[in-house]
Structure formats: structure tokens, C-alpha cells
Design a binder for this molecule. Structure first.
Ligand code: SF4
Length: 355
């Protein structure tokens, strides 16, 4: 069976090239055609020898996932398009393209489903199927770029799945996404959102100078409430988040974002905002406040969205304490609220929303 070329890192393709053509540098040429030039037909890669092209044709597959469905919504900020993509094995994932003028963001999935079971999340309610390969992550960018004709300027890992639970593949995809010779999206324009896999995040932040942006989905100021909303809290409680965040010394451009989904009567009291102010410093974090998006499907999710007045008061309290706060007003927040909230096949996907 042929191997998907999108699953190969530069080094892996260089090894293949060295074996087949004796010219390691052919790998860079092939990747440039694919990721920068959107050329997937090896025969059109004219700076590569015919012999090597034949070897590529015989061994490598360049088929991209098929778009099964898409839905578009416009709001004051621009438009959002949600794509349902079918992978080779028939599994499906969603990616959301948000076109806000110069800023064209793609929200990508990292897994089919999710193990983390956050109680307010649609994806979490459907369980876990499998990890995506790096090629399947990259393919989401390629399919959307080909379909819209737009250059994607920003990427957020807030689609289906927990990216730090599949970080090897995510990292492999990121190397190509951020390489200026290939997809070329600057690391500061790439955000990885985690529900709080703190050992992994801590390792990444403590490693060599980290370059991507990270967001932690917090959603509660007490362990008892966070235990209920996000089972991951039993393994990585709030103290572990604080320990990591407070040890991190971010530059002004890569402060950690604390995501907080506001759920009516559950975590949206002014006392909760005061709790956040006590826990964090404006020097190290900023906030993304996201009123909960009621799922359109009949899931076992019995929470309601906080009203706009409560959300504004909550956000203002944080602003007055010196924090940078993004408050998502539109009903579209479900697309990238916290992480996840995307669905899979056999589900109604018509009601997509924008940030
Ligand atoms: S919010 Fe994110 S981590 Fe939690 S279940 Fe949903 S996709 Fe998984």
C-alpha cells in the first residue's frame, strides 16, 4: 500500500530521497511543490528527475480528505465555514475556517473524538476513536486552502480532540506548518489549546525556548467544580496549572491564554471572577471568556449560556484588575469555545457560528 506523503517529516522524506535518487535535497523540492505550491501531481514537479518522480508515484499517495459537507455563516466580523472531512478509513473530522479580513484562521482537529470527556463539550460526549496522523492534521490546512483559495494566516488547535494527548503527531505537523519554505505560518500565529495535560505542557514550556502560543481551558476556580466539569482535573488539579503558569516567563506576545467557558449559574458569579484575579497575574496570562454555546443536538448536556450582561460584568471585573480579556459576544462561540465542541458524522452541522 502506498504511504501518504503528508505523513512524512522533512527528515523522513530526505531519507527516502537519499535512498531513491541519491539526492537528499530532492525532499525539500517535493515538499515545496506540495505545501507552498499546492501541486500534488509528481509529474508536474519539473525540477525533479523523471526517474525519481516515477519512484514517488509508485510509493507515495497524495490523496487529500474529501469534503463531505460544509456550512457557512456570516456575522459582523466576517464569515465562518465549517467543513466535515472524510479520512481514508472513513472516519470524519471537522475544521472551521474563520475569515475575518486580513486574519484568516483555521481551527483544526487533532483526534477523532476525545478521551477527556469535558462535560460541556460535544466532542467529549461522543468518546474517542483514534489519533490523527500528522498528515491528517496538515491535510486540513491543504483542503481548506485549496477550497477557499485563501492563505491561512493563523491556526488554532481547538477542534476535535486534545492536542497534547497526540503531541508527537501535532508537533510533526507543526514543523511543516511553521517552516517558512513550506506552509510558512509564524509560530506566534499558532495556538494550541489544552484542557490541562499539565505534565506535557510543563515539559514543552520548560524545553528549549517555546515558540507557539498555548491556551489552557480552565472553566472553574475550585477543584470541586472543575472535577465535575472536566475529569482531567482529578489528575491535574488547579494547583498544577498555577504551578506551571506562574513558573513560565512569557514575553508580551506569548502570554498563556486562560480560557473560561461561562455557564449560567455554575461558574459565572462575580466571586468566580474574583477567584481568577487572586489566582493569576496580568503579567503572565490573558483571558478568553466564552459564554457557553448550547449544543443544537439532544445531548446529555444540561447547562445554559450565561446572559450577555453577566458575561460583560465578568469580563469587566478582570479588565479592571489589569488583565487583557477577549469576550466572545456572538452566538458562534461554539466553534472554538475552549477546545472541541465540534462534532462528527451523522450529526446535524447546519448551525455553525462565528467568533
Ligand atoms: S473540551 Fe477539548 S479536551 Fe475537553 S472533551 Fe472537548 S475536545 Fe476534549
Amino acid at each position: 500500500m502506498k504511504m501518504s506523503i503528508f505523513d512524512l517529516s522533512l527528515k523522513e522524506l530526505e531519507n527516502f530521497s537519499a535512498r531513491c535518487s541519491g539526492k537528499k535535497f530532492n525532499a525539500r523540492q517535493v515538499m515545496k511543490w506540495i505545501y507552498s505550491g499546492s501541486i500534488y501531481d509528481f509529474n508536474k514537479m519539473t525540477d525533479i528527475s523523471k526517474t525519481f518522480r516515477k519512484k514517488l508515484i509508485a510509493s507515495m499517495d497524495t490523496t487529500l480528505p474529501e469534503i463531505l459537507n460544509s456550512s457557512l455563516e456570516r456575522d459582523n466580523n466576517g464569515l465562518s465555514i465549517k467543513y466535515l472531512l472524510r479520512l481514508k478509513d472513513g472516519e470524519t473530522v471537522e475544521s472551521v475556517f474563520m475569515d475575518h479580513g486580513k486574519r484568516k484562521t483555521l481551527c483544526v482537529s487533532s483526534q477523532v473524538g476525545c478521551k477527556m470527556q469535558c462535560i460541556f463539550c460535544t466532542t467529549g460526549n461522543f468518546g474517542f476513536k483514534r489519533n490523527l496522523t500528522s498528515g491528517e492534521i496538515l491535510a486540513q490546512l491543504l483542503v481548506v486552502k485549496n477550497k477557499t483559495g485563501d492563505k491561512i494566516s493563523n491556526v488554532v488547535f481547538m477542534g476535535m480532540g486534545e492536542p497534547l494527548d497526540n503531541f508527537e503527531e501535532v508537533k510533526k505537523a507543526l514543523d511543516i506548518i511553521s517552516d517558512a519554505n513550506f506552509i510558512g505560518i509564524a509560530p506566534r500565529r499558532i495556538t494550541i489549546s489544552t484542557c490541562g495535560i499539565m505534565n506535557r505542557l510543563s515539559e514543552i514550556l520548560n524545553g528549549s525556548k517555546y515558540k507557539y502560543k498555548f491556551a489552557i481551558s480552565l472553566n472553574a476556580v475550585t477543584n470541586s467544580l472543575r472535577d465535575q466539569l472536566m475529569p482531567v482535573n482529578k489528575k491535574f488539579p488547579i494547583e498544577s496549572i498555577l504551578e506551571t503558569v506562574n513558573r513560565t516567563k512569557p514575553s508580551i506576545h506569548n502570554k498563556i491564554t486562560i480560557e473560561y467557558v461561562l455557564i449560567k449559574g455554575i461558574n459565572d458569579h462575580i466571586e468566580d471572577a474574583k477567584g481568577l484575579i487572586k489566582m493569576f497575574s496580568p503579567r503572565t496570562v490573558k483571558f478568553n471568556i466564552i459564554p457557553f454555546n448550547n449544543p443544537e443536538m439532544n445531548l446529555n448536556i444540561n447547562y445554559e449560556r450565561s446572559d450577555d450582561k453577566t458575561a460583560v460584568e465578568f469580563g469587566n471585573k478582570l479588565v479592571k484588575a489589569g488583565f487583557t480579556v477577549t469576550l466572545r459576544h456572538s452566538r458562534a462561540q461554539g466553534i472554538n469555545g475552549g477546545c472541541g465542541q465540534l462534532k462528527s458524522k451523522n450529526m446535524n452541522i447546519k448551525n455553525i457560528t462565528a467568533v
